[in-house]
Design a protein around this ligand. Structure first.
Ligand SMILES: Nc1ncnc2c1ncn2[C@@H]1O[C@H](COP(=O)(O)OP(=O)(O)O)[C@@H](O)[C@H]1O
Ligand SMILES: [Mg+2]
Length: 298
């Protein structure tokens, strides 16, 4: 059975950040314990109900991709076992599959997004301006259409309650330097190309994905946080893909559709979600893990 965890509780450990999904503890100056909870955020608001097992699925899926892309870009995982650092008296089974010990990095202050298809905020920006993050695109592209080539479309990391904003490569280069910005762009596109090809052999199109990067004390670049999960990516079943519509995806679509039906104003606190919607959402996450990584968590 998957475990359920809304909020981690690890007495004696130094909690440095409670994100929308992850609780982050500093083990030392060099290492973090990162726990993925079962919290679900929709429209940038964390909902009151957990999706049982979601944090385990996110962590196992990220670990799968980190391992497979290690030849493309180094990642933040140390490979150290989580059980060894849990305080005495804590139920190890609750944390084992949803936690990792990572290198403690200095975050690159932008989200690194690769897009292979025109959807979401990319589609919106293209409709308004004919370009995306400063990248000129051919005229006449339709919603969900495959781009001539995958493109790098960075965005700002919004503070709590805010929304990310697409920016051009020049804005990133200005802030972090052209060399680091170029490394982030190249690594993002390389990971996207690798994963898109892998996923297509599983009947899944990766429309877009968001990565986060950090640097160590020597300035070396690593990919961190999570990788190629339904929270950070749009996965489309290839057999249901149609240009001109927004294809169904393996993510929070059920929850989003339900919330839209309520007419909720998208301000906190979020409404609670019916059991059927929670179950359907959990099943979608599990299906994505199985279809992409062949992993079932029981
Ligand atoms: N290896 C790492 N070093 C430093 N910070 C990290 C590392 N991995 C992840 N993080 C940060 O930990 C936090 C994870 O919490 P999460 O719930 O994913 O955040 P958010 O609410 O910003 O999506 C993020 O702020 C992420 O940037
Ligand atoms: Mg995150």
């Amino acid at each position: 059975m998957p475990t359920t965890l809304l909020k981690s509780d690890l007495p004696g450990l130094n909690l440095v950040h409670r994100g929308k999904v992850r609780d982050v503890y500093a083990l030392s100056d060099d290492e973090l314990l990162i726990v993925a909870s079962d919290r679900l955020s929709a429209f940038d608001v964390v909902l009151p109900d957990p999706i049982p097992g979601k944090g385990e699925i996110l962590t196992q899926m990220s670990n799968f991709w980190f391992a497979r892309t290690a030849h493309v870009v180094p990642n933040h995982l140390t490979g150290r076992a989580v059980e060894a650092v849990l305080p005495a008296g804590v139920d190890a089974a609750l944390y084992a599959r949803r936690s990792v010990i990572s290198k403690r990095l200095k975050p690159v202050p932008f989200e690194a997004i690769a897009r292979g298809f025109l959807i979401g905020s990319g589609w919106k920006d293209y409709q308004a301006s004919g370009s995306l993050c400063g990248v000129a695109l051919p005229r006449g592209l339709r919603q969900a259409e495959r781009l001539p080539e995958p493109i790098f479309t960075p965005s700002t990391k919004a503070a709590v309650g805010g929304h990310d904003e697409n920016v051009s490569f020049a804005v990133v280069a200005n802030q972090v330097g052209a060399e680091l910005a170029g490394q982030v762009r190249d690594a993002t596109l390389a990971v996207y190309r690798f994963a898109a090809e892998f996923a297509s052999s599983r009947g899944i199109l990766i429309a877009d994905t968001k990565l986060e990067f950090g640097t160590d004390a020597d300035g070396r670049l690593y990919v961190m946080d999570e990788m190629l999960t339904p929270d950070s990516s749009r996965f489309w079943p290839a057999d249901q893909y149609r240009i001109g519509t927004s294809p169904p995806s393996f993510d929070k679509q059920y929850v989003r559709d339900y919330l839209e039906s309520l007419g909720w104003n998208k301000q906190p606190p979020g409404p609670s979600i019916p059991a059927a919607v929670i179950e359907a959402t959990a099943a979608k996450y599990a299906e994505a893990l199985f279809r992409l990584a062949d992993i079932r968590l029981d």
